[in-house]
Design a binder for this molecule. Structure first.
Ligand SMILES: [Fe+2]
Length: 374
């Protein structure tokens, strides 16, 4: 356990503003760019609002990014963009959306892929995974996250679903970092209660996962603790007062600090457990990666071999962290037992097996053999 080492590559600028429209406008008004977003954002009119006043000849909108984008979706978009003549004139990619939009935009903002010929999405992904930043050129990437959860804008990897092989693919490339990030909590006001909870729980899991992590450090733990405390105290309030911009800001800030911590450590045991649960039981990612946190925290609290981690949890939750966490999940109405999610003992054994094979489990200080079915 080494808390004293960390390494971080800082790129670009971060602007946090509850009314970012004017700042985004100033930044993009004279640029030629492609906008990546999802259908739901164009339907809700959010994109129109942001682009209002910009010459329509200066941008092209692609709003077909799926909410849990898979490889087929990326391949379709890639082929479509390749045919657009406008692509040769642009310098910038403006990505406005949740984690899926940002993850797909990272891949599609690599300029080099449009100059090459690929037979299928697998060869495109392989090219990206094997090429380093000196080989690739990219469009300048502007990220405007509209959820407070994945922190995709802060990581150098893109996570997409490989539905055919039932797994989550993580493609890592240093070129995936934005030149500028605009955090605007007002963009999260239209999120449903369900999506507010799901995305915040994802950030909550990212923060805690970077603490019981073999790549952790005091620097990481400080950022992670800020994030976890903000979510622990503000999410229950936010779900009872969803238009409250102060609570929205605190949850978005939490997502930023969670991103700063897990972009260094990667995720860990709860995420390793979650992938099977999402794919086989169709449980949204933010819930699948967080309802097991209760059991992990309880293990740390009760088992002497985890005694070095316990003080960090007590700093976040106070005395008896597992009791506090149990209460938190009750307040936001998220069950913490496997059985509630239709997971049988047999399923549980499958989950443990698949988690042990996950890359993320290698980051974990917590032993999966200590885990039990409930
Ligand atoms: Fe996650």
């Amino acid at each position: 356990m080494n808390f004293n080492y960390f390494s971080e590559k800082i790129n670009g600028e971060v602007i946090f503003d509850v009314n970012s429209k004017n700042k985004i406008f100033e930044y993009i008004k004279n640029k030629k760019f492609i906008v990546f977003t999802s259908k739901s954002h164009t339907k809700r009119g959010q994109i129109k609002k942001i682009l209002n006043g910009i010459n329509e000849r200066n941008f092209h909108i692609i709003d077909r990014i799926d909410s849990h984008a898979g490889l087929d979706n990326i391949w379709d978009l890639y082929l479509k963009i390749k045919k657009i003549k406008f692509i040769s004139k642009i310098d910038y990619v403006l990505a406005i959306g949740g984690g899926s939009v940002l993850d797909v935009s990272k891949i599609l903002s690599i300029k080099s892929i449009y100059k090459k010929k690929f037979d299928n999405i697998k060869s495109l992904i392989q090219f990206l995974s094997q090429s380093n930043d000196t080989v690739l050129s990219s469009y300048k990437f502007i990220a405007v996250p509209t959820t407070s959860g994945t922190s995709s804008e802060l990581t150098k990897w893109s996570t997409v679903w490989d539905y055919e092989n039932k797994k989550k693919l993580s493609i890592s490339n240093p070129n995936f970092s934005p030149e500028i990030i605009f955090y605007d909590p007002s963009l999260t006001l239209s999120l449903s209660k369900k999506n507010t909870i799901i995305s915040a729980l994802d950030a909550f899991s990212h923060s805690l996962e970077s603490i019981w992590n073999n790549n952790t450090s005091y620097y990481v733990i400080n950022n992670a603790s800020i994030a976890a405390k903000l979510i622990f105290s503000n999410l229950p309030k936010l779900i009872n007062d969803q238009k409250n911009i102060d609570y929205r800001s605190k949850i978005m800030l939490a997502s930023y600090f969670a991103g700063k911590s897990f972009s260094i450590t990667e995720t860990s045991i709860a995420h390793a457990l979650s992938y099977y649960i999402t794919l086989e039981k169709n449980i949204p990612h933010g819930i699948a990666c967080s309802f097991t946190l209760f059991q992990i925290v309880k293990l740390i609290e009760k088992n002497k071999k985890y005694k070095k981690i316990k003080p960090f949890l007590e700093d976040i939750f106070g005395k008896s962290p597992s009791k506090k966490l149990n209460l938190f999940f009750k307040k936001i109405n998220i069950p913490i037992k496997f059985s509630y999610y239709g997971i049988s003992l047999e399923d549980f054994n499958g989950i443990i097996k698949s988690a042990k094979e996950s890359q993320r489990y290698k980051n974990s200080m917590i032993d999966l053999n200590d885990f039990t079915y409930s």
